[in-house]
Design a protein around this ligand. Structure first.
Ligand SMILES: [Zn+2]
Length: 527
């Protein structure tokens, strides 16, 4: 056979290869999840060889798909961190009242935070209860107003006023430590009502030995001074209120009902000494580009993101100490790969360029995405939107989609239109008080003015799925059992990818870039 007809035949065969079926994609997606969440990735902890193996695997997939490297070092964008360990055995804490000292168990009563900047080695400071600890002057609510915080530890409780948007409360919570440190406070102590407990204290204790991280470059940190930051066991919280004329039970009841809270001095002071170790760590984001086709618009970017890191290994729970992170967030990483493969297989040529960003250190406080959003590998002003995948939770059939942030920008209307075309209604966040909108990487983009959405399998708070989801959170969330041996709605996951893929395509092809809604609180970050 002569070469030319043979080649022509081969090319014809290649050109007519049909895109993979949904079933084939589901199988491929699950294969990627299985590789990323396998035991030999050792829980993909930021800065570990296991994380690097997972990053290398993603790079081989991106090369195979045929995306361009768009990091600072090929596909990689290295980020420098300082890692902080708190040694519980070498640390101590006590409540001091009228010269009497009541020792606190670390981590039984109090867990000292490791992230968000350096802790002081020693602290003794009065405690002041400041309600929800939310600074939201635009909503006519400011728990810090008129309170002298200088040198004090602010004690706050979960929840917030009912008439304020979940997004705004969530932002105020996230920004709390920075605001307090800027007002001269010495620290922050967070309380949770029994009803609002999401992660049982025993599980938080199991992870208390894990390190925290913050940027090696202090200029990039939110909290720039040494600042005490700790959470208190709900079961132990009553003792903070002794002698104040109020009880934790009474305050909890008000907080659970989103009622206004009193602010007052607590009787005891907190005394603590913190034994710490620090070391430098480098870990990389992975960045790939699908170039756009429009001469003018291809210099702009729609950014997909999903965090690649997870919790590593820790104290065993039921004999298992390896945090595989299958749903959190191997599934999201594999989801981005599925979307990229599907674009390529369908030979789609979006007008704007697309970036696929796999970020590090999400579990350390959204640090990899924060770094990317502050120091993007493309011009900052060229980023028009962010679509984030983190724990979409394909653990029941997909009947609707929750797009976190959909009320905040024009992306919401585009998402609703895509949903309508696919028979997938958009439903609001069933639990707005969980702060989901600021709890994952989309928030890093929002803070830099970029309209963003994050995606979840939808349900209403009174649907049976709410119970499935609640069960999942109480047993598998941030637990070793978030592994490959759990029921997963694989075909439904692919449908969600199609939803997000189509949405991103519409955004990439639209003549105008997305805009913040007129009333959105987050509009203030637009530049
Ligand atoms: Zn997580």
């Amino acid at each position: 056979m002569r070469l030319a007809p043979f080649l022509a035949l081969l090319l014809a065969a290649w050109a007519t290869t049909p895109p993979p079926t949904a079933a084939e994609r589901a199988e491929r997606w699950w294969a990627d999840v299985s590789t990323l969440a396998a035991d030999d990735m050792e829980g993909r902890l930021t800065g570990t060889p296991g994380y690097q193996r997972a990053a290398d695997y993603v790079v081989t997939q991106l090369e195979e798909i045929g995306l361009e490297p768009a990091g600072t070092d090929g596909f990689f964008q290295p980020v420098a961190f300082e890692e902080q360990f708190v040694d519980a055995a070498g640390s101590s804490a006590a409540l001091v009242s009228a010269g009497r000292e009541t020792p606190l168990a670390i981590p039984g009563d109090i867990i000292i935070g490791r992230g968000d900047g350096r802790r002081p080695e020693r602290i003794e400071a009065p405690l002041v209860f400041v309600g929800y600890g939310l600074h939201m002057p635009e909503a006519g609510h400011d728990d810090f107003a008129g309170i002298d915080l200088s040198g004090k530890i602010a004690v706050v409780i979960s929840g917030g006023p009912a008439d304020v948007s979940g997004a705004l409360k969530a932002h105020a919570r996230r920004d709390r430590a920075r605001l307090l440190s800027e007002r001269g406070a010495a620290g922050l102590l967070s309380l949770t009502t029994a009803k609002a407990v999401e992660v049982p204290w025993a599980r938080s204790m199991a992870q208390a030995g894990q390190s925290g991280m913050y940027f090696a470059d202090p200029a990039l940190r939110d909290v720039k001074t040494e600042f005490f930051n700790a959470s208190f066991n709900t079961e132990s919280s009553e003792k903070l209120f002794t002698g104040s004329g109020r009880t934790f039970a009474e305050i909890s009841a008000l907080a659970d009902a989103s009622r206004p809270l009193p602010r007052f001095d607590l009787k005891p002071a907190l005394r603590a000494s913190v034994a710490m170790r620090h070391r430098p760590v480098t870990s990389s984001n992975v960045v790939a580009r699908l170039p756009g086709s429009d001469r003018r618009l291809r210099s702009e970017h729609v950014v997909f993101s999903a965090h690649l890191d997870h919790l590593g290994t820790s104290t065993p729970i039921n004999g298992d100490g390896l945090y595989n992170g299958a749903m959190d967030n191997a599934a999201g990483v594999a989801g981005l790969l599925d979307i990229a493969r599907s674009y390529k297989a369908r030979r789609l040529k979006p007008r704007r360029s697309m970036l696929f960003v796999f970020v590090t250190a999400e579990e350390k406080g959204l640090l990899g995405s924060r770094y990317f959003a502050l120091r993007p590998t493309v011009p900052k002003s060229s980023i028009v939107a962010n679509m984030n995948f983190d724990m979409a939770l394909p653990i029941f059939p997909l009947k609707s989609v929750t797009a976190l942030g959909s009320e905040e920008s024009s992306l919401g209307a585009t998402a609703a239109a895509v949903g309508q075309s696919m028979g997938l209604p958009l439903v609001p966040d069933p639990f707005p008080d969980r702060n989901a909108f600021v709890r994952s990487d989309q928030y890093s983009f929002i803070r830099e003015g970029v309209p963003a959405l994050a995606f979840k399998f939808g349900f209403g708070k009174d649907d049976p799925e709410a119970e499935v989801e609640r069960q999942w959170r109480s047993t598998r969330y941030h637990a070793p059992s978030d592994d490959l041996a759990q029921p997963v709605a694989r075909a439904d996951a692919i449908r969600l990818h199609d939803f997000v893929g189509e949405l991103a395509l519409r955004v990439a092809n639209a003549p105008e870039r997305p805009t913040w809604s007129g009333q959105s609180f987050f509009r203030r970050f637009a530049r």
